[in-house]
Design a protein around this ligand. Sequence first.
Ligand SMILES: Nc1ncnc2c1ncn2[C@@H]1O[C@H](COP(=O)(O)OP(=O)(O)OP(=O)(O)O)[C@@H](O)[C@H]1O
Ligand SMILES: [Mg+2]
Length: 258
Amino acid sequence: MKQELITLTDVAVHYQTKKQRVPAVETINLAIHEGEFVCLVGPSGCGKSTILKMIAGYLQPTTGLCQMHGQTIEGPNWNRGVVFQTPSLFPWLTVTKNISYGLRMRHVSKEQIEESVTQALQQVHLQEAEKRYPFELSGGMKQRVTLARALVNEPEILLLDEPFGALDALTRMSMQRLLRQLWAQKRQTFFMITHDIEEALSLATTIYVMSPSPGTIVNKMMVNYAQQAVDAQQEEITMDEQFFERKETILSLIQGKE
Ligand SMILES: Nc1ncnc2c1ncn2[C@@H]1O[C@H](COP(=O)(O)OP(=O)(O)OP(=O)(O)O)[C@@H](O)[C@H]1O
Ligand SMILES: [Mg+2]
């Protein structure tokens, strides 16, 4: 059995606004093992980003435990890389400088920075764009820079919140191939939120499905389409009949029909 990296035990989060207390998620039990690609799907507002922010260390559970290697997560850390839907790059810095920003803040040596940035650029296939500025990049390229900026820290887990939501279908597919490569070659651990069920099925090893009010996990599904593609050395996954059955099952769960 692979080691548990992230564990959420009986977690609830209530937001306190000026007027009221908003229960966002309830009774969340979830585990992410090393080398897993975990996807979280669910309707808008069910609390997916809340869970990701908790794992990132941006917020604490109201009740329950959110742990990494059995230790309570108390704040953000470089070993958990985060990528949001909208790329947030510094417009006045080149691609290389954007990627190395965190390392420079941490006073990593110049040689080490150069080596790490070169490697991160290779991983996202952006070597040729290293000297460009964000305004000279397409949306997909920007998102690859954001990914490289997280990867350069060699995080134990990458947390992605709808990272391809703003991209067109073709770019999205090429980004999915990229994530499958990173997962297969480096055994990078992923936790990704997506509203695209086919995307979840084609990337994940485990899918958690959430339903609204209260936002909670209603199903855990083990899948292996990505593994099959990797084993067969294929760039794309093969969608069989079961793929579409699973898609229907997840859709019904999200809509609260099952
Ligand atoms: N800072 C906040 N203060 C008060 N309520 C909040 C706050 N952040 C989120 N909420 C509420 O908590 C619930 C869950 O929000 P969250 O952003 O986690 O949902 P989500 O599943 O990520 O939605 P989407 O798919 O639209 O991104 C929502 O009802 C939202 O209005
Ligand atoms: Mg969200």
